[in-house]
Design a protein around this ligand. Structure first.
Ligand code: SAH
Length: 261
């Protein structure tokens, strides 16, 4: 019996996978990759004997059967999926039936598109004294949302919001944020196909114009929406600073600077 490795491929760029993920690809006997969101370039690192299949046309049952059968026969089986496997990756749906088949498994974390989008735009999701919390969420599409997680309720906290799976629902997103009392000038960042060579697009706007800007740019899928009070802080000059690097602040790695008397 082999082992199933559920590997986060990162947001798109072939060099944004972890070293561990790349190493597993290079010794995989079989790879089932999510073709709709994972770059095929990852497959160039697989050994010649490796069997490769695209899961984008498969049902969950077919995927489970495909992986289970290979795990019984081969040593290293990789399920390659976008970003980090713990976010909107149907991980539990996949692991539950495979556990019932006694398949041994391990998950390898990946760079989520939320973090990659912040990096692409050189934005911090947290800002001292302004917001120290990030909410990773989505709007309701075909998958229903629990009522207490409606965007207007989450937005009431005034934290950073990273909104997945909602590029086609931007009007709904902005309406929910207005309902929560956010101002029309609130900056919003949308990153389409973050880290994909020649395809990444960074769109900046505010609550009142971002839906139109994205419509005009024809951004309808594979986009990360980020908003919140930490956004565009670099253009403000009155930001509170973290105590971590303050001269008078001692911690485990540095003794406070002692000003001359
Ligand atoms: N597990 C993934 C999310 C999968 S759900 C992760 O951690 O990133 C798919 C959604 O993720 C998309 O609708 C989009 O909102 C976001 N996404 C995935 N890849 C992206 C990319 N390269 N650029 C922008 N958004 C992306």
């Amino acid at each position: 019996m082999g082992k199933l490795w559920i590997v986060g491929a990162g947001p798109g760029a072939v060099d944004l996978i972890t070293v561990r993920g790349r190493e597993l690809i290079s010794r995989a006997d079989a790879i089932l990759y999510a073709g709709s969101l994972v770059s095929r370039q990852h497959l160039a690192f697989a050994p010649p004997h490796c069997e490769v299949a695209d899961s984008s046309g498969m049902t969950l049952e077919t995927m489970v059967a495909w992986l289970g059968e290979r795990c019984r026969r081969l040593a290293t089986v990789v399920r390659l999926q976008t970003g980090d496997p713990s976010l909107y990756g149907a991980l539990t749906e996949l692991t539950t039936p495979l556990r019932q088949q006694d398949v041994e498994m391990e998950v390898v974390s990946g760079v989520s598109s939320a973090m990659a989008a912040a990096a692409a735009a050189v934005e911090s999701l947290t800002l001292p004294e302004t917001t120290q919390t990030v909410i990773l969420t989505r709007t309701e599409g075909r998958t229903p949302m629990p009522e207490r997680e409606r965007l207007r309720h989450l937005a009431a906290h005034g934290t950073t919001l990273c909104i997945f799976l909602s590029a086609t629902l931007l009007d709904k997103v902005t309406e929910e944020l207005f309902q929560a009392g956010w101002p029309p000038q609130q900056p919003v960042l949308v990153v389409h196909k973050v880290s994909w060579p020649n395809e990444e697009r960074i769109i900046r706007g505010n609550l009142s114009n971002i839906a139109d800007l994205c419509r005009h740019a024809n951004v309808t899928s594979q986009a990360m929406i980020i908003t919140g009070p930490a956004l565009e802080a670099a253009s403000r000059h009155d930001n509170p600073v973290s105590r971590l690097y303050a001269a008078e602040f001692s911690h485990q790695f540095r003794t406070a600077f002692d000003p001359l008397p």
